[in-house]
Design a binder for this molecule. Structure first.
Ligand SMILES: NC(=O)c1ccc[n+]([C@@H]2O[C@H](COP(=O)([O-])OP(=O)(O)OC[C@H]3O[C@@H](n4cnc5c(N)ncnc54)[C@H](O)[C@@H]3O)[C@@H](O)[C@H]2O)c1
Ligand SMILES: O=C(O)C(=O)C[C@]1(C(=O)O)C=C[C@@H](O)C=C1
Length: 282
């Protein structure tokens, strides 16, 4: 393996390239970004060695790290262009529609559907960090549909970055991510909105905001260009997650309104175990 081509040189594409460069300094990185500014920054920051709008013929691995509403056309066009020993991996946050779109492509075996469970609220090449993916989970969907040798090359790369591989089907992936990722972003955005609305009456309200507010509202700084397409791609599962969340919020509101102190304590105590569950997985 000598040549990697990255399309989308933002937080994820950039962090991947920086990490792999550190691990395998002899690799050559080419890449492209639709934003001229981001492409320039990626070159300046050493994320890629050369820019190229087409996928160079000698490329071993193509990484697609653009918003999910751009992935289908980029993936189909990449598969149409590549040689028979080239692998395409995408990093998209939703998987069901993309796996369906590529199901009958004659080069389906040259695609690996991936999702790194790592990120921050920041975007673009300047936010990229070489340690972002370190020890994080990398979900692979429909692994049985990828050519065994190409899959081996992908596992070598991901293991060299110390990523933990997990396998699931794309429908299950999108159902579960709606709850553990997409809902937390919506919840953070709406908390941010609720307090921003309140600022209309109470101009200095943010002077009172401590670290509790900062940590729960962190995700409200996330990129609309990345998140609006995720909400479109995973609409049904996100609506299910939101219905469950709104129902829980309403029941909790009721307990507060009814001054049901013991009910509130019981409810919160039963939710405290989330700390142990999360710590166990780390
Ligand atoms: N940010 C996260 O926490 C996170 C985590 C895991 C997966 N992902 C997924 O990874 C992908 C990239 O996310 P990111 O956080 O790196 O976003 P980002 O905004 O930091 O980077 C995306 C880059 O893609 C470029 N781009 C957009 N459309 C393009 C196109 N048609 N052709 C070429 N370049 C294009 C943008 O200019 C930008 O530089 C998304 O699919 C996202 O769902 C994000
Ligand atoms: O930690 C963050 O800031 C993230 O938003 C990362 C996060 C997540 O929800 O956990 C965001 C989207 C992804 O597809 C995967 C990871």
């Amino acid at each position: 393996m000598n040549n990697i081509h990255v399309i989308g040189l933002g937080l994820l594409g950039g962090s991947f390239a920086l990490a792999l460069k550190k691990e395998k300094p002899s690799l050559n990185f080419t890449g492209f970004d639709a934003s001229e500014r981001n492409l320039k920054d990626a070159l300046t920051l050493g994320i890629i060695d050369q820019s190229s709008e087409v996928i160079p013929a000698e490329t071993d691995v193509v990484i697609l790290a653009t918003p999910v509403d751009t992935l289908e056309s980029l993936l189909l066009s990449a598969l149409d262009q590549i040689q028979e020993n080239t692998l395409v991996i995408d990093f998209g946050s939703t998987k069901e529609a993309l796996c369906k779109a590529v199901a009958d492509h004659p080069k389906r075996t040259q695609y690996l559907a991936g999702h790194p469970i790592a990120g921050t609220e920041y975007s673009g090449p300047k936010a990229a960090k070489p340690d972002l993916l370190e020890k994080k989970v990398f979900i692979i969907c429909e692994m049985e549909k990828t050519d065994v040798h190409l899959k081996g090359m992908a596992y070598d790369i991901l293991e060299s970055l110390n990523m933990k591989l997990r396998f699931m089907d794309p429908e299950e992936h999108d159902r579960q991510l709606a709850f553990v990722s997409h809902l937390s972003h919506i919840s953070s955005f709406m908390l941010g909105k609720t307090v921003l609305d309140k600022m209309e009456d109470d101009k200095n309200i943010f002077d009172m905001a401590g670290s509790g507010f900062a940590s729960t509202v962190r995700l409200a700084k996330s990129s609309p260009a990345m998140w609006a397409p995720i909400m479109e791609a995973n609409q049904g599962n996100i609506l299910d997650a939101l219905d469950a969340y709104i129902s829980n919020l309403s029941k909790f509101r009721e307990k507060i309104a009814e001054e049901d102190k013991s009910g509130l304590k019981e409810e919160m105590a039963s939710i405290n175990k989330i700390g142990d569950i999360l710590d166990l997985g780390r």
